[in-house]
Design a protein around this ligand. Structure first.
Ligand SMILES: Nc1ncnc2c1ncn2[C@@H]1O[C@H](COP(=O)(O)OP(=O)(O)OP(=O)(O)O)[C@@H](O)[C@H]1O
Ligand SMILES: [Zn+2]
Length: 510
């Protein structure tokens, strides 16, 4: 089996490049986390499915992974370009609740989605038990220190806060590629700003007001800017330069260029030798999940949450499958038909895996799969897996190494399942190896798990099952009138009986 070098698309150069870790044998990744003022929509979750596949791929490649995912509980304004109100303060005022309660509630909602989508949480190289979510408000002192360090050379103070002067760093905005005074014209300017793109790294509480979240600083009471938070947590927890920084493609335009500018200022001020001066070597961005009407956004009132999909009877991993079917750099349009197709594909795979498992229950229960997923090395050394055609095995590594091409990895998975001449155990192991990267939970999921009763259904699963047993008995008795009557009664309650369904589904809710 041959190993393919890991190629990743670096937004800084707009090209794929071969991944070479800063620290041999390790990979350090920072993912911009959610702003916890509201529920995440499924578009937001696409960003974390992507970061999860990246993390899984790095683990597969054998790197000892540190993956930081932050929780933004302060500082993100309603306009990414530094204007408007703090999203958290705004929601707390609307709800007449404390920001801390709002943050807690929506952080937990985010974690629930993370779990449902089988997204791995933060990772800590060498110390898995120490891995934790990084909450912005836990790093206020470090943010003030960072800001103090760059204030003299790179910032200026206005009544509203401490501003970063983007003209003090080389090549500002190179990540966005289009940051011009004209481009920034849409930003409502703050009186006194030197350049339109300058941004607040510390926002002062206006005189006579009190914010729910505010801290003392050399620039008066106030709160950190959102961009500062990520620079500080990234630098502190991973060390500059680290390997990879991820986020949604909207961050390529403002948030990440501003982070880079701060990192440049910080590294130069502290005499750090960072050739590219960006803080991270590779910046990666997932494209949007869109609706026909445009980008999905939670700022715009009604939006699609994972829970809504579940309420309608879709297993959350069907949404993960939908994401994996597209390349992370392509826009993905959400549709219920698309989700249905993804669910069907997942059902088919799960059915095939269940079938393989049923042929060797003794082996499956003996836990033949490495805890925490397979690495390429383990696959290379596994005798069972070596029974598969080399082309299949090589394809596992080659597809994901090609800038995380999960869509093609799914095709590899199909090909492995189709190898009827190879022992079930070899196929199962290979499937579980691919799933170490895809994260569809294929060794655990059952067909039954995938059949979720929609919230609005008028009938419980137990009632349906009882009716179906009665119907089977009637059929055995050749009492077709009763059998038809049961089918009609179920249909009236929205349950379609599926005799002879190739996927083995006996019923579905219409
Ligand atoms: N429609 C989308 N598709 C994919 N990723 C998205 C989408 N919208 C936002 N993201 C990404 O989701 C992550 C979390 O974003 P965050 O919680 O800050 O959302 P937000 O910017 O407040 O909300 P929104 O822009 O949706 O109103 C970020 O990486 C962001 O780039
Ligand atoms: Zn960020």
């Amino acid at each position: 089996m041959t190993e393919t070098p890991l190629q990743l698309f670096n937004s800084l150069i707009r090209e794929v490049e071969t991944f070479t870790p800063v620290h041999p044998g390790e990979a350090r990744v920072y993912t911009c986390g959610p702003t916890v003022y509201n529920y995440p929509h499924i578009g937001n979750m696409r960003a974390y499915v992507f970061a999860d596949v990246l993390g899984r791929t790095l683990s597969w490649k054998g790197y000892d992974l540190t993956h930081i995912i932050n929780i933004t509980d302060v500082g993100h304004l309603t306009d990414d370009a530094d204007e408007g109100e703090d999203k958290m303060e705004k929601m707390a005022a609307e709800r007449a609740q404390s920001i801390w309660d709002i943050a807690k509630h929506y952080t937990e909602a985010y974690w629930a989605d993370v779990k449902a989508l089988n997204i791995r949480g933060p990772m800590q190289a060498g110390k898995p038990e120490a891995a934790n979510w990084s909450v912005a408000t836990d790093y206020i002192d470090e943010m003030i220190e960072f800001a103090k360090g760059i204030a003299d050379k790179h910032c200026y103070e206005l009544d509203s806060g401490l501003y970063f002067d983007v003209s003090t760093v080389d090549d500002y905005g190179r990540l966005a590629r289009a940051v011009t005074e004209e481009g920034e014209g849409r930003i409502e300017t703050v009186e006194g700003k030197r350049n339109a793109a300058d941004f607040a790294i510390w926002r002062k509480t206006p005189a006579g007001q009190k914010r729910q979240m505010e801290w003392d600083s050399p620039w008066g009471k106030g709160a950190p800017g959102w961009h500062l938070e990520c620079s500080v947590m990234g630098g502190k927890l991973l060390g500059f330069p680290f390997d990879i920084h991820t986020g949604g493609i909207d961050h390529r335009e403002i948030h990440h260029p501003n982070e880079i500018a701060q990192n440049q200022a910080h590294c130069c001020t502290n005499g750090l030798d960072v050739a590219e001066n960006s803080g991270a070597r590779i910046w990666m961005h997932n494209n949007f999940l869109v609706e026909r009407s445009g980008k999905m956004s939670k700022s715009s009132g009604e939006f699609l949450r994972l829970q809504l999909l579940i309420d309608k009877g879709y297993h959350p991993l069907a949404y993960r499958m939908m994401c994996l079917q597209a390349h992370y750099r392509s826009e993905l349009e959400f549709s219920w038909e698309g989700l249905e197709a993804a669910l069907t594909r997942l059902k088919r795979i799960v059915m095939q895996v269940e079938n393989l498992k049923s042929r060797h229950p003794e082996l499956v229960s003996a836990s033949i799969f490495p805890l925490g997923g397979w690495t390429l090395k383990q696959v290379q050394g596994d005798e069972d897996i070596s029974q598969l055609p080399v082309s299949n095995i090589d394809a596992i590594d080659a597809t994901v190494s090609n800038d995380l091409n999960t869509a093609v990895a799914l095709v590899t998975l199909d090909a492995i399942l189709l190898q009827k001449n190879v022992s079930p155990i070899a196929r199962l192991k290979a499937v579980s190896a691919v799933d170490s990267i895809l994260g569809l939970d294929l060794m655990v999921l059952t067909r039954k798990d995938l059949r979720i009763r929609p919230k609005a259904a008028e009938i419980t699963e137990a009632e349906i099952e009882a009716e179906l047993i009665r119907r089977k008995e009637a059929k055995v008795e050749k009492d077709f009138a009763t059998s038809d009557a049961i089918r009609a009664t179920l249909a009236a309650k929205g349950v379609e009986v599926m005799d002879g369904d190739p996927l083995g589904w006996e019923w579905k809710l219409g």
